[in-house]
Ligand binder design. Structure first.
Ligand code: AP5
Ligand code: MG
Ligand code: ZN
Length: 218
């Protein structure tokens, strides 16, 4: 089963993708995470992407399409993937459709995690992740059980994203509405779009997603 999670910056795509992976045996493919890894490694792609990401704009379609194309050739994606933050433009969605056909696979569902803009700034400015294992947290909404210690791996080091400031968030929201929101009618026309209410607590959003996925044709 291959699934696209759609939704605004800070909407909960990454949080939910991680919670769904084990239950459904899927792999999370986050182009944001892949690009951040490229930036920290100092690769050519990373050098091109850094300024664009810091400005809250979208990296070029060619770059992200190539990253996904290559990643889908790795064996761990065979059982199915959760696309998180990809596609983000109609051109990327068309490229994904073509790529999946070429690889003998298909897309089973696209789910919008819907959250109004007003809630997103607080979610994003409070977000941090474990530097060692990548587990996601929030200053107010998702604290570790023991202050300053990662629940998953016990690490005491955490990181915050360079683009998680109030100014850049506004630009990322603009990019979402102008370039990514057109994917909602794109997938609706294909008959595979569902919507979950992303303003509910994290566990309830997961339950709603699970309900949709259980009734999705493999
Ligand atoms: P990317 O990393 O994809 O960022 P994004 O789309 O802006 O989404 P986020 O990761 O900010 O949000 P999320 O929905 O994953 O929220 P999360 O679960 O963390 O992309 C970054 C940049 O890379 C882009 O701006 C662009 O430049 C580039 N890029 C990436 N992909 C690209 C592509 N395909 N094409 C071109 N450019 C691309 O949740 C947020 C916080 O809220 C967390 O702290 C969490 O604990 C908390 N939270 C989550 N759910 C809830 C809830 N239900 N209630 C309360 N708190 C919650
Ligand atoms: Mg994310
Ligand atoms: Zn950790």
């Amino acid at each position: 089963m291959n699934l696209v999670l759609l939704g605004p910056p800070g909407g909960g795509k990454g949080t939910q993708a991680k919670r769904l992976m084990d239950t459904f045996g899927l792999v999370q493919l986050s182009t944001g995470d892949m690009l951040r890894a490229a930036v920290s490694s100092g690769s050519e792609i990373g050098k091109k992407a850094k300024a664009v990401m810091d400005a809250g704009q979208l990296v070029s379609d060619d770059i992200v399409i190539a990253i996904i194309d290559e990643r889908l050739d790795q064996a761990d994606t065979q059982n199915g993937v959760i696309f998180d933050g990809f596609p983000r433009t109609v051109a990327q969605a068309e490229a994904l459709d073509a790529m999946l056909v070429r690889k003998g696979r298909g897309l089973n569902a696209a789910i919008e995690v819907r959250v109004p803009d007003a809630l997103l700034i607080e979610r994003i400015t409070g977000r941090y992740t474990c530097a060692k294992c990548g587990a996601g947290y929030h200053d107010k909404f998702q604290k570790p059980a023991k202050d300053g210690v990662c629940d998953k791996c016990g690490s005491t080091e955490f990181i915050r994203r360079a683009d998680d400031n109030a100014e850049t968030v506004t630009k990322r929201l603009d990019a979402y509405h102008a370039q990514t929101a057109p994917l909602l009618p794109y997938y609706e026309k294909k008959g595979i779009l569902s919507v979950v209410d992303g303003t509910q607590d994290i566990a309830k959003v997961t339950t709603d997603l699970e309900t949709i996925l259980k009734s999705t044709k493999k």
